[in-house]
Design a protein around this ligand. Structure first.
Ligand SMILES: NC(=O)c1ccc[n+]([C@@H]2O[C@H](COP(=O)([O-])OP(=O)(O)OC[C@H]3O[C@@H](n4cnc5c(N)ncnc54)[C@H](OP(=O)(O)O)[C@@H]3O)[C@@H](O)[C@H]2O)c1
Length: 340
C-alpha cells in the first residue's frame, strides 16, 4: 500500500490542514507505455493553493477527493516505456503521493535528471523549476548586463534565494534582496550572495531602499507584486527591466482587493520594460538551464539553499508555511527516507 494526499475541501483564503486528507491505496502496476516512479522528494510552491480552487489555466481541474497536484523527483522502479529505464531519476508532475504512474502524456512534463552526482533534491530546487525560473527571469527576460544593479523581492524564498548567485555569476555590480524580518535579512548577506538587504516588515521601506541602492535599480526581479512592486517602479532607472515572476502578496486576495498601482505611468516615462513569464512555456531551454546551473554549483559559485522537511505527512504544513514565511530557501519535502 502507499499513502497520498487528496483535496478534502476548497480553502477560503489560506488553506488549513483540514482541507487535505491522507488516503491509502494499492501501489499501481504499470501497463504498456507506463512507468512506475517511487517518489524521492516533492516540491512545494505557492501556486498549489490556487490549484485547490482551480485558480490557474495551466493545471488540470482538481475535484474533491483528487490527489493534490505537484512536481517531484522519482526513481523509476518499473518501466514499460522505452523512454525510461529502471533507476532513472525523473522530475515530473508526480502528485502528492509515494508512488506514481506516468506515461507519454506531455501533461507530466518529465525531465530525466542528468546531474545525478548532485543531490537528487536539486531535481525540485536548483536544477528544476525554481532554479530555471531564476535563470530565465534574470538572464533571458531581463537581459542582465555586467555591472548592473539588481533588486529582488521574496529574496529568501525558493526562487529569490537563487537569484543573487546567478546575478553574481552573470557579473552584476550589486544585488540587494527584500525579505521579511531581521533573521532572513542576515541570511541574505551571510549565506545567499546578496550585498545588502531590505526588511519590508521593518520601518520605512522606501528609506531603506534609497539607502541600499542610492544609484538606482537596473533590474527588479519581483516575486511579491502589489504595493511593493508599485513602490519599486518609482526607483528603477531609465531603460530598466522588471521581471514579473510572481505576486505572492496578492494570491489570497479577491481581484477587487488587489493593490491599484499608482506608479505605472513611469513605465512609459522611463522607457521601462515590465514582462511576465511562465517557466512551463520555456521547456526547450530546460536542458541548457540544468547544465548552466550545475556548472555554477560545481564551480562553487552557486550554493543552493534548501529548506528540507521530512515525510509525506508534512506536505500541508509545508505549503501553508510558504504564506507564513516559515521557509528559508527552496522548500522541499523528502518522501523516501533513503533518497540521496
Ligand atoms: N513565473 C514563473 O514561472 C514562476 C515559477 C515559480 C514560482 N513563481 C512565483 O515566484 C514566487 C516565488 O516562488 P517560490 O516557490 O520560490 O516561493 P517562496 O518565495 O519560497 O514563497 C514563500 C515566501 O514568500 C514570502 N511571502 C509570503 N507572503 C508574502 C507577502 N504577503 N508579502 C511578501 N512576501 C511574502 C515569504 O518570505 P518573507 O518571510 O520574506 O515574507 C515566504 O517565505 C511566487 O510568487 C511564485 O508564484 C513563478
Amino acid at each position: 500500500m502507499m499513502r497520498q494526499w487528496v483535496l478534502a475541501s476548497r480553502p477560503d483564503g489560506l488553506a488549513r490542514t483540514s482541507d487535505f486528507a491522507m488516503q491509502e491505496s494499492p501501489i499501481p502496476t504499470p501497463d504498456k507505455g507506463q512507468v512506475l516512479l517511487k517518489t524521492q522528494y516533492l516540491g512545494v510552491a505557492p501556486v498549489m493553493l490556487r490549484y485547490m480552487n482551480n485558480g490557474t489555466f495551466f493545471e488540470r481541474p482538481l475535484e474533491i477527493g483528487d490527489v493534490m497536484h505537484g512536481r517531484g523527483v522519482g526513481i523509476v522502479v518499473a518501466s514499460r516505456n522505452s523512454s525510461f529505464k529502471e533507476g532513472d531519476i525523473v522530475q515530473c508532475k508526480l502528485g502528492w503521493r509515494e508512488y506514481a504512474l506516468i506515461d507519454d502524456d506531455s501533461y507530466y512534463m518529465p525531465f530525466v535528471m542528468k546531474q545525478t552526482d548532485l543531490p537528487w533534491s536539486y531535481g525540485v530546487s536548483a536544477l528544476a523549476m525554481s532554479g530555471f525560473t531564476a535563470l530565465l527571469g534574470l538572464r533571458d527576460i531581463c537581459n542582465l548586463k555586467k555591472g548592473e544593479r539588481v533588486l529582488v523581492s521574496g529574496a529568501a524564498g525558493g526562487v529569490g534565494s537563487q537569484v543573487a548567485f546567478i546575478a553574481k555569476s552573470l557579473g552584476c555590480e550589486q544585488v540587494v534582496g527584500i525579505a521579511g524580518g531581521k533573521k532572513k535579512c542576515h541570511l541574505l548577506t551571510d549565506r545567499l550572495a546578496y550585498d545588502d538587504s531590505i526588511d519590508y516588515k521593518g520601518e520605512d521601506f522606501e528609506r531603506q531602499l534609497n539607502s541600499a541602492m542610492p544609484d538606482g535599480i537596473n533590474v527588479f526581479f519581483d516575486n511579491v507584486g502589489g504595493e511593493m512592486l508599485d513602490t519599486v517602479i518609482g526607483h528603477v532607472l531609465r531603460r530598466g527591466r522588471i521581471a514579473i515572476c510572481g505576486r505572492i502578496s496578492e494570491y489570497l486576495k479577491a481581484p477587487d482587493e488587489c493593490h491599484r498601482p499608482r506608479n505605472f505611468y513611469l513605465i512609459g516615462l522611463n522607457d521601462l520594460k515590465l514582462e511576465g513569464f511562465f517557466i512551463y512555456n520555456f521547456q526547450e531551454r530546460f536542458r541548457d538551464y540544468e547544465s548552466t546551473l550545475a556548472h555554477w554549483i560545481r564551480s562553487g559559485e552557486f550554493h543552493p539553499l534548501e529548506d528540507i522537511m521530512h515525510g509525506l505527512e508534512k506536505m500541508p504544513d509545508a505549503l501553508i508555511g510558504l504564506y507564513e514565511g516559515t521557509n528559508c530557501g527552496v522548500r522541499v519535502v523528502q518522501i523516501d527516507p533513503d533518497a540521496r
